[in-house]
Design a binder for this molecule. Structure first.
Ligand SMILES: CC(C)(COP(=O)(O)OP(=O)(O)OC[C@H]1O[C@@H](n2cnc3c(N)ncnc32)[C@H](O)[C@@H]1OP(=O)(O)O)[C@@H](O)C(=O)NCCC(=O)NCCS
Length: 310
């Protein structure tokens, strides 16, 4: 049987749903919706050369890849390839075909360093190593059951702090962009992030179909956003995930990240969500401590694999 690799067909809803389905089966800790997959394809800036690829066998989508340059990093030449094959369709060559197509695309556009997230299981690690990649840092996926009562009680904001939802910033989200930019640059990662383009942030982040403005909480200090917790939700399966939590440097260590995230989690539970997902770099001591306080448990880990090209 032959496996072919081609671009996702964004105008074909069946194809986009098949992509989301494969992703969900391979990596159930992240919210994959057809809307979000189309959104990334349409709104990632052109300089990222973003492509979504599928591996197809006899008309069935069995593997997926998202491939792009790290356009938000100050270091040029970094290419990202994230490849997931349906767990019940491995060993048919889909992964290898996707790696080759992704690497060709990235090197054609000047990448000299390739980075891929790999779910931390022996077969996946061996696959990455066979393709010349070496392990670097790692990250955890975490899950919190909102129904069992481990969530700490709601907290009242201290004097001078006010909690609002992101929907309150609909007329002017720029202060949230500025806070996201400051905190994203401090998040531990092997790829530095510099968010400088407000319009691109509006298109990619603020208008992301999973971004739930009502359930996103922002802690204001003296009228300015000081900490935030961004909620992603997905209509069809009723899932909730935290896409980012951050506190401005000048306000860290005062409990504001806990306060903002606790408020968002309580409002999510009140809205009927039964579990919460998130992900953290294994070196992010403060964020892992916060998530432990909430009662999150590690459900899986992934490892960043890197290949430097000569
Ligand atoms: C992580 C971050 C959001 C924390 O914000 P904050 O407002 O300072 O957090 P809080 O004050 O609510 O809580 C911090 C907790 O981490 C603990 N902590 C701080 N440094 C720590 C460390 N190095 N190791 C372990 N725990 C640590 C604190 O003791 C505190 O817990 P406690 O209340 O039990 O004492 C903030 O540092 C930040 O914006 N970092 C950059 C962005 C980022 O990495 N976001 C997470 C992305 S997944």
């Amino acid at each position: 049987m032959t496996v072919n690799v081609r671009d996702l067909r964004p105008d074909d809803p069946t194809d986009v749903e098949a992509f989301a389905r494969v992703r969900h089966l391979a990596l159930p800790y992240i919210l994959w919706t057809p809307d979000a997959i189309l959104h990334n394809l349409a709104h990632t800036p052109a300089e990222a050369r973003f492509r979504s690829l599928v591996a197809e066998e006899e008309g069935e989508v069995i593997g997926t890849a998202q491939v792009h340059l790290a356009h938000e990093s100050p270091e040029p030449g970094q290419g990202m390839l994230n490849i997931y094959v349906r767990p019940d369709r491995v060993h048919r060559g889909a992964g290898t075909h996707l790696v080759h197509a992704a690497e060709r695309h990235l090197t054609d556009h000047g990448a000299t360093k390739l980075l891929a997230w790999v779910l931390d299981e022996p077969a996946n690690r061996a696959f990455a190593e066979r393709h010349g990649y070496r392990p670097s840092r790692s990250a955890h996926f975490l899950r919190l059951d909102l129904t069992t009562g481990t969530l700490p009680p709601p907290q009242s904001p201290p004097p001078g702090v006010e909690l609002r939802s992101a929907a309150d910033l609909a007329d002017d989200p720029r202060p949230l962009f500025e806070l996201d930019a400051e905190t994203a640059s401090d998040e531990p990662s092997d790829v530095d992030t510099e968010l400088t383009d407000y319009q691109a942030w509006i298109e990619q982040t603020w208008n992301h179909p999973c971004f739930d403005r009502e359930l996103t909480t922002i802690a204001f200090v003296e009228g300015r956003p000081a900490a935030f917790s961004i909620a992603y939700t997905d209509g069809p399966t009723g899932r909730y995930a935290t896409a980012m939590t951050g506190t401005a440097r000048a306000h860290r260590g005062r409990g504001l990240a806990k306060l903002a995230k606790n408020d968002s989690l309580h409002r999510a539970r009140a809205a009927g969500f039964r579990e919460a997902h998130t992900g953290n770099d294994t070196d992010n001591g403060p964020m892992l401590a916060i998530n432990k306080w909430f009662g999150y448990e590690i459900v899986a880990s992934e490892v960043r694999y890197v290949r430097e090209l000569g």
